[in-house]
Design a protein around this ligand. Structure first.
Ligand SMILES: Cc1ncc(COP(=O)(O)O)c(C=O)c1O
Length: 376
């Protein structure tokens, strides 16, 4: 039996989502692009999913482009801002997800846009004065900053960044993969140009997500082929995944206040228990609840002879957690986020991340095992 505290990497599927998907898998095989009744039926279901999603984030259905998740949506937003919308400068931070950082770096290295990194502090918070200076120096840039950091949970004030972007005629893209379904997001109120979503972070299917693209921006497809998604993303749509995505977002958004309250309490409990059980422990990211994602607690463990083997030992003890970002754990290169906030090399960062199925027993079990592997 394993306790699962790696919900920022992915989440288990909600049975209601699996049920909605099973129904269409069993009964709906039409290609949404086909003109006949079977195809039109699939198209109708897909468009209902699009409308539902648009309603949930206060967008127009035509502003939702289905993708194979967050990475693809980030790529489309950043690349198209440069290829099609005249962007010559990209302002981003050193702690973005690699979907953003590697894309911006590639465009920079190819001489297509210049990348500028905004200053951050040791909690991973963006220096808004520095952001404003960069935006003033490079008006018309793309600002791409994540809503919440997937490793240390630092939250960004989207409204403030959006105001800066508007003052200097910049476009604003936010990687909202870790906050969609966990916080209420209203694109109209926030004034975003692009945001992204990945269903598997809120109990939906893997490989299904979307890009919100403000419909005043005219872009060309990155993946070329057929005319799907209004000619913006070729390829037969992941129809079953789209049904699961809409269902998962609907369920998640409906429970945000209770979920936030419960998980925030579990996060505080875990923090308090760890402080009382493990001497010399610290935490990465802000401590204030309104400045940190309630689903992530990143623990900085004091120097230990086991080093990064601590995570492996935790796994043996039945606790699934992560060190740094699970998205690139295969590369085992160490965390660029912890490096950017100057986390000491001799300490190990362990990310525990919570989801709607996390219980108090899970937290108590994990702390007991953490104490065992750290102190033994
Ligand atoms: C902040 C952030 N952006 C993007 C992604 C990539 O999303 P996907 O797995 O859907 O490609 C992740 C996944 O961990 C993430 O945490």
């Amino acid at each position: 039996m394993h306790i699962y505290l790696d919900n920022a990497a992915t989440t288990p599927m909600d049975p209601e989502v699996a049920k909605a998907m099973s129904e269409v898998i069993a009964n709906c095989y039409g290609n949404p692009s086909a003109q006949h009744a079977i195809g039109r039926n699939a198209k109708g279901i897909m468009e209902m999913a699009r409308r539902k999603i648009a309603e949930l984030i206060n967008a127009k259905p035509s502003e939702i482009i289905f993708t194979a998740g967050g990475t693809e949506a980030d790529n489309i937003a950043i690349r198209c801002a440069v290829y099609d919308l005249g962007v010559k400068h990209i302002i981003t931070s050193p702690i973005e997800h690699h979907a953003v950082l590697n894309t911006a770096t590639e465009l920079h290295e190819k001489g297509l846009a210049e990348m500028h990194l905004v200053s951050i502090n040791e909690k991973g918070e963006v220096d808004l004065n520095n952001l404003e200076q960069l935006a003033a120096k490079y008006p018309g840039s793309l600002i791409t900053l994540m809503h919440a950091n997937n490793e240390i949970g630092t939250l960004l004030d989207l409204k403030k960044v959006s105001e800066i972007a508007k003052r200097y005629n910049c476009l604003f893209h936010s990687d909202t993969v870790q906050t969609m379904g966990h916080y209420k997001i209203d694109v109209e109120e926030l004034g975003l140009d692009f945001l992204v979503c990945s269903a598997h972070k809120f109990n939906g299917p893997k490989g299904s997500g979307f890009l919100f693209l403000k419909n005043t921006h005219k872009i060309k497809p990155i993946i070329t082929g057929g005319g799907q998604e209004k000619n913006l993303r070729a390829g037969t749509e992941n129809f079953y995944g789209i049904v699961g995505l809409a269902k998962a977002l609907e369920i998640s958004n409906a429970i945000i206040p209770e979920k936030q309250k419960r998980l925030q309490a579990l996060k505080s409990l875990m923090r308090d228990l760890i402080i009382s059980e493990i001497p010399g422990v610290d935490f990465n990211g802000p401590a204030e609840t309104d400045k940190s994602l309630y689903t992530v607690l990143n623990v900085s463990l004091p120097p230990n002879p086991s080093g990064d083997m601590l995570l492996f030992k935790l796994d043996i003890e039945g606790v699934c957690a992560s060190g740094g970002s699970a998205c690139s754990s295969g590369a085992s290169k160490g965390s660029h986020v912890l490096a950017a906030i100057h986390h000491p090399d001799n300490r190990t960062g362990v990310r525990f991340s919570f989801g709607k199925y996390t219980t108090e027993e899970d937290i108590r079990f994990a702390v007991e095992k953490l104490k065992k592997v750290v102190l033994e």
